[in-house]
Design a protein around this ligand. Structure first.
Ligand code: NAD
Length: 482
């Protein structure tokens, strides 16, 4: 299927308010993961384009954005949110075609993007410093200030949501931004920037340079005139980004991967749990940083949970994004190869159930797969698969469940299914995770809820009010007046 009509050319970068070709005039091809057809050519930006974008952002900060009031920034973000809502269907179609995610999920991402603009728009003028009681004769107060120019490197799996949460918070605090979307899927990043310009965002406040990670991404991460880097992606790239930013001694927010568990106790309400157990692993074909890829189940209900999850799996269909089935294809042939390789490593484990691939389209489809009796130290229980694969692990006690849950290098999200309030409170404290859910998973993804990891899942927090503190810094002013 061809793209909806767009008011911008996808082969260009947005720099200083102008749509321009990459200086080398080169492009990269975007393909539709649902059927392998060509979607669009995007710019292959490189270091010179990043230089131009960073310079434009500094000019915009100096001329207008740095002088804007918080209320003005807030109103602008709200206007962008309004335009996102008015263009919701186009954005959802673009995301579905580009990422391969079912249309309903793409529509949810648009709603989230609009909510981020509303949330950070309405929060922009609510962040302030404080006065500090100090020695006699002094008045001491703090000012919360923008960093300056922030760099945003985002992956392909949830472009709109990740742009909303990081660029939204950064703009609200008065930063000007340079955004490097993923080379696999970047159409909604461009469309969002176009809507921001239509809403009246001054030239140069948001710049977008598509390109390869090793070229445009690396240039942005290590740019000497960037004052903060927000990175969402894999652990290996996160290390490179943090190392590059360290050369300029600038702070980095790393939102990386996960191996997030759900702990199902015998006293859980299984009817309530079941949809969360399955959907949290299969949403976006499992290509979700906070996917719940490990299901830990108390042994007395292990067979029942296995049977009921298996029944749900056998109903699942993988099909092109616009057919809006349970799941779409994976993003690329490479991602399919990675997931297939993991499945081969688990070939001697019992496959509890598989869904179907319900299309002949030459996309990168993998049948959703549930694997039973997985030893906690097996690679399938330790490593991020980033595909539609969940593993079941039985446990015999709360202590054992906790030990298994915490025994990976990650720590992004966890959930506990139990009616026992004391157990819920204990585990909420003891689980290694940036978010813990009690008798749910994900809480509907609320933009209000701070999000981020521990361990190899990263550091720093995005989403919620907390993100505003991560995209600003504190200055202390001490006046001696006698
Ligand atoms: P990736 O690290 O390969 O790419 C992410 C981004 O980094 C892309 O824009 C890419 O172009 C860029 N990049 C690549 N090499 C770079 C370099 N040397 N310097 C700077 N930038 C570079 O990740 P991916 O495979 O696209 O995404 C999947 C990973 O992202 C998974 O591990 C997933 O868990 C993680 N993820 C995390 C979150 C979160 O919020 N914690 C959200 C989504 C995805």
């Amino acid at each position: 299927m061809s793209l909806p009509e767009l008011p911008f050319a996808p082969s260009l970068c947005l720099i200083g308010g102008h749509w321009v070709a990459a200086q080398n005039k080169e492009t990269l091809d975007l393909t539709n993961p649902s059927d392998g057809t060509g979607l669009a050519a995007i710019a292959r930006g490189t270091a010179v384009d990043i230089d131009a974008a960073v310079a434009a952002a500094h000019t915009a900060r100096a001329d207008v954005w740095g002088r804007s009031t918080a209320a003005e920034r807030g109103r602008l973000l709200m206007r962008i949110g309004q335009l996102v809502k008015e263009n919701a269907e186009t954005l959802a179609q673009l995301e579905a075609l580009d990422v391969g995610k079912p249309l309903t999920q793409a529509r949810n991402d648009v709603t989230a993007l609009a909510r981020y603009m509303e949330f950070y728009g309405s929060a922009a003028d609510k962040v302030h410093g404080e006065t500090i009681p100090y020695l006699d004769g002094y008045t001491v107060y703090t000012l919360r200030e923008a960093y300056g120019v922030t760099g945003h490197i985002v992956p392909w799996n949830y472009p709109m949501q990740i742009i909303g949460r990081s660029v939204g918070a950064a703009l609200a605090m008065g930063n000007a931004c340079v955004l490097k979307p993923a080379e696999e899927a970047c159409l909604t990043a461009l469309a969002f920037a176009d809507l921001a310009m239509q809403a009246g965002l001054p030239d140069g406040v948001l710049n977008v340079v598509p390109g390869l990670g090793a070229e445009a991404g690396a240039a942005l991460a290590g740019h000497p005139d960037i004052q903060h880097v927000s990175f969402t992606g894999s652990v290996n790239t996160g290390r490179l980004v943090q190392t590059a930013a360290a050369q300029n001694v600038v702070p980095v927010t790393l939102e990386l991967g996960g191996k997030s568990p759900q702990l199902v106790f015998a006293d859980a309400d299984l009817n309530a749990a079941l949809p969360f157990l399955v959907n949290a692993g299969i949403q976006n074909a499992g290509q979700t940083c906070s996917a719940s890829s490990r299901i830990l189940v108390e042994r007395s209900v292990y067979n029942e949970v296995t049977d009921r999850m298996s029944a749900a799996y056998t109903q699942m269909r993988a099909a092109p994004a616009l057919e809006d089935a349970s799941l779409g294809p994976l993003i690329s042939a490479r991602q399919k190869e990675i997931v297939t390789d993991f499945l081969k490593q688990g070939a001697d484990l019992p496959t509890a159930a598989q869904g179907q691939i319900a299309t002949d389209a030459p996309g990168h489809y993998v049948a959703p797969t549930l694997i039973a009796e997985v030893p906690p130290d097996h690679t399938l229980a330790q490593d991020e698969i980033f595909g539609p694969v969940q593993v079941l692990i039985p446990f015999d006690s709360e202590e054992e469940a906790l030990a298994i849950a915490n025994n990976t290098k990650y720590g992004l999200v966890a959930s506990v299914w139990s009616q026992n309030g004391a157990r819920q409170m204990r585990l909420a404290k003891q689980l290694k995770a940036g978010q813990v859910f009690l008798n749910n998973y994900g809480a509907g993804g609320g933009v209000e809820l701070p999000f981020g990891g521990t361990g190899h899942s990263g550091h720093g927090r995005e989403k919620g009010f907390e993100a505003l503190f991560h995209f600003s810094q504190l200055k202390t002013v001490a006046a001696l007046h006698g």
